[in-house]
Design a protein around this ligand. Structure first.
Ligand code: NAP
Length: 293
């Protein structure tokens, strides 16, 4: 990929530790290039606990903004001059805009997730949703689903972490463990099942113990996996083989990246047009629609 640099080119980056594996530079530079924007997006390692120093340095160096990945999302919250509603709700910032000497913190995960669901014509209101996992991604998904009228059951290996989520909205969130029997019970009553664990992700050893819980799903229930590599996880393949519609994490990846670039540039973008641009940059096929069984 070639990005033309000028003296006016505005700098963006992703910070994290580790961060060299991040796909954000490839994704953002692909969109920047496709749109002809005068920005460049870099990769910046920042050690844990050094966000205050980084903010000073970034402002001094004239950065227009940056994304944050682990372990900085929580630390940034207290360092922002302004926070958007989701960053406050999730207690995590993944997008920072630097303007006029002020830092504006956003979180694009929840909204990106909702938009990805809407692309698949899935709307959470009144739905009973099972969320597998209670980590950072699950928190954004669960709190956003509830804010949009869903009832959620969180199944997590470490039940205590699921109970931390339950405290946000005790009336709308149930919790359960992660044994095959517990997963089966949760699956039986749901309208939508979403995997927010890292099980099945490329490069990790973890995989579901068995998939018999999928036999408990009603007909017509969609199964969504936040993982986008591989394109089809074992979970999605097993769900599809049982007749369920499935969608992977590409939609979330695209929408949260598009939302970040919109915040940085103030330019409204067409996410549908960006999807094939991002898919190509990542070496995949363009436009993954929900897979029919
Ligand atoms: P995280 O905070 O580390 O949480 C990981 C979750 O997976 C926890 O609930 C953990 O359970 C569970 N888990 C891990 N190994 C397990 C095992 N062997 N058995 C049962 N549960 C296990 O990670 P995260 O940031 O939430 O990310 C979760 C997944 O979402 C990752 O695969 C990530 O790639 C994906 N994601 C995708 C996008 C996207 O743009 N598409 C965005 C964000 C995240 P415990 O609490 O018991 O440890």
């Amino acid at each position: 990929m070639q990005v033309e640099l000028k003296n006016t080119t505005k700098k963006l980056c992703v910070i994290g530790e580790p961060v060299l594996h991040s796909k954000s530079p490839v994704i953002q530079n692909a969109m920047i290039q496709a749109l002809g924007l005068d920005y460049i997006y870099l990769c910046q390692p920042v050690p844990r606990g050094a966000c205050r120093q980084w903010l000073e340095l970034a402002a001094f160096a004239g950065y227009a903004g940056f994304n944050a990945t682990m372990p900085h999302k929580q630390e940034l919250v207290a360092l922002m001059d302004e926070l958007d509603e989701d960053a406050r709700l999730f207690g995590a910032v993944n997008t920072v805009c630097l303007r006029d000497g002020r830092a504006y913190g956003h979180n694009t995960d929840g909204e990106g997730f909702l938009r990805a669901l809407a692309d698949e014509e899935i709307f959470p209101e009144g739905r009973r949703v099972v969320v597998l996992g209670a980590g950072g991604a699950a928190k954004a998904v669960v709190l956003k689903l509830m804010a949009h009228g869903a009832e959620v059951t969180v199944c997590n290996r470490t039940e205590e972490k699921a109970r931390l989520l339950h405290r946000y909205r005790p009336k709308q969130i149930r919790t359960a463990g992660f044994t095959p029997a517990q997963l089966r019970r949760a699956a039986e009553g749901c309208d939508l099942l979403i995997n927010c664990t890292s099980l099945g992700m490329s490069g990790t050893a973890g995989q579901f113990e068995d998939f018999s819980f999928l036999d408990g799903l009603k007909e017509g229930v969609s199964v969504v996996d936040l993982i986008y590599a591989p394109e089809e996880t074992r979970l999605l393949a097993e769900a599809r083989a049982r007749g369920h519609r499935t969608a992977n994490g590409m939609g979330l990846l695209v929408h949260q990246a598009v939302l970040s670039l919109e915040h940085f540039t103030g330019v409204g973008l067409d996410a549908g047009a960006m999807k094939p641009v991002i898919a190509r940059a990542l070496g995949g096929k363009a436009d993954k629609k929900q897979k029919k069984p």
